[in-house]
Design a protein around this ligand. Structure first.
Ligand code: GMT
Length: 377
């Protein structure tokens, strides 16, 4: 098949999944065309059968808001025509599914028959998509897609609840990880060495875009409670609007010397392989790809019991789930896991095994492939 993929190319789980899917599809012999404004951050410079088409938006003084969605539609239309794509796969509904629909409408008199598939990732449904300024166009774009997938059962339920979409069938295809890259044994624990953590000092980690939804202040508070009881270091990977708040919280709670803000890092697997515990106390999370990446690296996860996280983390087996905002509960759970080496080893092993079993890259990619084939008919 010839497949076009549009995603957010910078940091974020939806872009990471879309890119890894494209790479896996190309490995399986398909021709993959990424259509987006920047080279996807997890896409190596060259891979056979993968092409990149940059969307360029003209700047003009009149355009206070340059119309990216229109430029994207034009580029999609051009790539579909030139390369005779079978599928246009939009990751994240806004504005990708809308641009894909426009591109398909523009094909009306052509003999190319492209199918639009939209994968719903999270806030395109739970937050942004429901804002009055986007609600009707999101519903329209979802309903006009030829195929719809969601990354969790939770998100599928939310889609029906928020948009009705009586006529659309949403198929759940969970996110997945590369089991070779996300493997604790595949990486030298450089970070542990640097932190002097080969002894008793636990390495607690968080990876995100530091948006308010991630509740990064809770992370620092959980860590401070843990640090009061035992030696530990907190490693914060990523950047975003709440980073300075988290840094201030660390100073206020007197744990700044044990807290390390590393900023944005593209390849996180070698870091995760040095961690003892991963924290994700989000306000909302349709799936929580970073939690899955941690689990695959044998890192137990302490997270909030919200959204799709209970589908990813098995409470009491591969991690622990507590209510949103339950800082004390998450700190107590973290101390329990870190304080009992036998329990930690059992959880770590279960986490790596479960991530491979239930979120297998091969299986999920095969399911996307089958979904494409069914949609093409
Ligand atoms: O939805 C967002 O705000 C961004 C998006 C992203 O690009 O990271 O995150 C969503 O998609 C990820 C990949 O499917 C999921 O792992 C995240 O849970 C989800 N974020 C939220 O639901 C807040």
């Amino acid at each position: 098949m010839k497949i076009g993929i549009t995603c957010y190319p910078t940091y974020g789980g939806s872009g990471a999944v879309a890119t890894d899917l494209g790479i896996a599809l190309a490995e399986r012999g398909h021709e993959v065309h990424f259509i987006t404004y920047q080279h996807p951050f997890r896409l190596p410079a060259f891979l056979p059968r993968i092409f990149f088409h940059e969307v360029d938006v003209v700047r003009y003084p009149l355009f206070e808001y340059p119309p990216y969605d229109l430029a994207l539609a034009v580029r999609m239309h051009q790539v579909v025509q030139e390369h005779r794509l079978d599928i246009l796969h939009a990751h994240y509904a806004i504005p990708h599914a809308t641009s894909a629909w426009i591109a398909k409408e523009m094909l009306e008199n052509d003999d190319v028959d492209v199918r639009i598939i939209t994968t719903l990732h999270g806030t395109d449904i739970t937050l942004v998509g429901q804002d009055p300024s986007f609600q009707t166009i999101t519903k329209f774009s979802i309903e006009r897609s030829d195929g719809l997938t969601a990354v969790s059962e939770f998100l599928k339920r939310e889609t029906y609840k928020a948009f009705g979409c009586t006529a659309c069938a949403v198929e759940v295809i969970h996110n997945f990880v590369d089991p070779v890259l996300y493997d604790r044994r595949a990486h030298h624990p450089l970070l542990r060495e640097q932190l002097g953590s080969n002894g008793d000092r636990a390495v607690i980690m968080h990876v995100s875009n530091f948006r308010p939804v991630k509740r990064v202040r809770d992370i620092v508070r959980i860590f401070a409670a843990v640090r009061r009881e035992r030696p530990a270091a907190l490693v914060m990977v990523g950047d975003g609007p709440e980073r300075m708040t988290a840094e201030q919280e660390a100073r206020d709670l007197g744990v700044q010397d044990d807290t390390f803000f590393l900023g944005k890092i593209d390849v996180v697997a070698p870091l995760l392989a040095s961690a003892d515990l991963f924290l994700l106390p989000s306000q909302s999370e349709s799936f929580g790809l970073s939690a899955l990446e941690a689990l695959a690296c044998g890192v137990p996860v302490v997270a909030s019991r919200v959204g799709g996280l209970p589908e990813v983390v098995i409470d009491g087996v591969t991690g622990v789930l507590r209510d949103v905002g339950d800082v004390d509960g998450m700190a107590a759970a973290s101390l329990e896991i870190l304080g009992d080496r036998t329990r930690w080893a059992r959880m770590s092993e279960a986490a790596a095994a479960d991530a491979r079993r239930r979120f297998s890259r091969d299986e999920m990619v095969a399911r996307y492939e089958a979904f494409y084939e069914r949609t093409i008919g």
